[in-house]
Ligand binder design. Structure first.
Ligand code: MN
Length: 262
């Protein structure tokens, strides 16, 4: 007897970039990302390191959205800098793979959510730069603790959200309490992206590329909260699922002042 699934609505497939360890010969990602996607109604698909741009494009063609996950520092040659003394370990192969995944996603109009390193890598890929190490390089003092020593489910600092932003449309709050596991951050924001959240010390905490790019990128880790079923933070992943399902957010016209014509 044949069964027919019929025209059942399909959940969007959300690709998640994975960490890559040459020494361990392994690909891996924290389950926080996986559970956050599931809790938001998407199907998580782990994407291992792409060895070339074609492999990345083929993987992206089969998913509806992409999460660029956290990890190592971004290789400073990608934004034209020499390594600062306090630069952490970089992963050149992963940088290449993530850049190909991101470029493919943009070419194919797929929804993207960048998280932590994923936010930094997005900024660099589109022509922005980074502070390689906040404690030694960030000009405003004092610099807050952005490398928290507490559990990731505990918010450690606040961010101020720009009201005219997609992030504000999702969260509906001008101030959010977030976790923080980074010592790098956006310095010069990439063209066509805008800063939509900053920490009280001025560190950039979120950028987005709407309307040109279907990309939201956050410096903190909402997946820690979403994994635990936190309804407020699941909204970030529900938004990704929605954007991946073709229900793109209503994009505002760029706020350009027109000259008065008499
Ligand atoms: Mn932070």
């Amino acid at each position: 007897m044949m069964t027919c699934i019929g025209a059942m609505a399909q959940k969007p497939l959300i690709g998640i970039s994975t960490g890559y360890s040459a020494s361990d010969n392994s690909a891996s990602v924290r389950y926080t990302y996986v559970d956050a996607v599931v809790n938001a109604g998407g199907i998580p698909v782990l994407i291992p390191l792409a060895k070339d741009s074609l492999a990345a494009a083929e993987a992206i063609a089969r998913v509806d959205g992409l999460i660029l996950s956290g990890g190592e520092d971004v290789y400073p040659f990608f934004y034209g800098e020499e390594p600062a003394g306090a630069l952490g370990g970089v992963n050149y192969e992963r940088d290449l793979s993530d850049r190909w995944l991101l470029q493919s996603a943009v070419k194919m109009g797929k929804a993207v959510l960048g998280i932590c390193r994923g936010e930094q890598l997005t900024n660099v890929t589109f022509g922005g730069t980074l502070y390689q190490d906040l404690p030694s390089q960030f000009p405003n003092r004092p610099v807050l603790q952005h490398g928290q020593r507490s559990n990731g489910t505990l918010p450690i600092h606040h961010v101020n959200v720009v009201k005219d932003s997609h992030l504000y449309e999702i969260m509906g709050q001008e101030q959010l309490a977030v976790n923080s596991f980074h010592h790098q951050a956006v310095k010069d924001v990439a063209p066509d992206f805008k800063v939509v959240a900053t920490a009280p010390d001025g560190v950039v905490e979120a950028i987005e590329g709407f309307p040109k790019y279907n990309i939201l990128a956050l410096q903190w880790h909402p997946e820690y909260f979403a994994q635990q079923g936190n309804k407020e933070w699941i909204k970030i992943f529900e938004d990704l699922v929605k954007r991946a399902g073709g229900n793109k957010p209503v994009l505002k016209e760029p706020n350009i002042k027109q000259p008065k014509i008499r």
